[in-house]
Design a protein around this ligand. Structure first.
Ligand code: NI
Length: 183
């Protein structure tokens, strides 16, 4: 498999803090191809040997804004226990409901645009219901929980110009930890 030529912007680029705009339909072929390339990139990044060869950091989600394109699209490649991937291309998403229960990633969240160690945790809803659109503009719904729910919320933040580090108070990076469940 050839590594797609994708350049991911680092957090120092201010565009990462801009709000992306809604996508209109149908989505053109070039954009669809880019989504496929982004998913391939994420899958390859999660393969240890490939990651070492190309010096990639493992990632499970990537938003268009991280490539400098301010459109409300992100992709996710979530490796299952059997080694296959669940793949999602999510356009114009909207969280329609979420659990009161909060969770956090114990080892801390990561982001392909944040290339440094970050101390602290990010509160996320344990379960969310999401509405989104496919390439043809058909409305879809999905229910996500646990890791996948965190990934969706992290990527939706990107569409609103928010990085996970923005959600951590450096003076109190483990705030309210006891009120949440660790993943
Ligand atoms: Ni990210």
């Amino acid at each position: 498999m050839k590594l797609p030529d994708i350049k991911i912007l680092d957090e120092k680029h201010k565009i990462l803090h801009t709000k992306s705009t809604e996508v209109s339909f149908p989505v053109d072929q070039k954009t669809q191809k880019l989504c496929a390339d982004m998913i391939t990139y994420l899958k390859m990044s999660q393969d240890e040997k490939i990651a070492e060869k190309y010096k990639l950091r493992a990632g499970m989600g990537l938003a268009f804004i991280q490539l400098g394109i301010p459109q409300r699209i992100f992709v996710i490649a979530n490796e299952k226990e059997d080694g296959t991937f669940e793949e999602y291309t999510i356009i114009n998403p909207k969280i329609v409901s979420q659990s009161e229960e909060l969770i956090y990633v114990g080892e801390g969240e990561g982001c392909l645009s944040v290339n440094r160690e970050v101390e602290g945790i990010v509160p996320r809803a344990a379960r969310i219901n999401l509405e989104y659109y496919d390439f043809e503009g058909n409305k879809k719904t999905i229910r996500a929980r646990e890791d996948l729910a965190v990934a969706f919320q992290h990527e939706i933040d990107h569409l609103n110009g928010i990085l996970f580090v923005d959600r951590i108070d450096p003076k109190n990076p483990y705030k309210d930890m006891e009120k949440m469940r660790e993943l």
